[in-house]
Design a protein around this ligand. Sequence first.
Ligand code: NI
Length: 131
Amino acid sequence: MNKNESAAWPNEKVNLEGKLALFSEQWSPRVVGGLNGQLLKLAKLEGEFVWHAHEAEDEFFLVVHGALTIRLRDRDVDLKSGEFFIVPRGVEHCPFAAEECHVLLFEPANTAHTGETNTPRAVPPERQARI
Ligand code: NI
């Protein structure tokens, strides 16, 4: 591949509603696109996740449906549909959703969604399905 050739995918429009209709599992991100070594992922969240931090990656959360609170150690960030927040690298966070919410994530391809935290709920990046 020519080094100037883009590895971005997919080379077609993506409809978030259509992608969200393809899965129901919670806390299990699905990969819907990639560019510049980073991935776009959709996830369905409900309840509380685990406290974790990503030592080397900033993490972007855009709420597509519902409401999400990103708990930080010093404050809560309340997001509703159409709002996003970027968790800086190294900052501990714990996503919480009282009811199921749908989010778009944007992060480097090798980012573990539970960060440095070892938990059975972790889905390693290589097992996060492309849809
Ligand atoms: Ni995180």
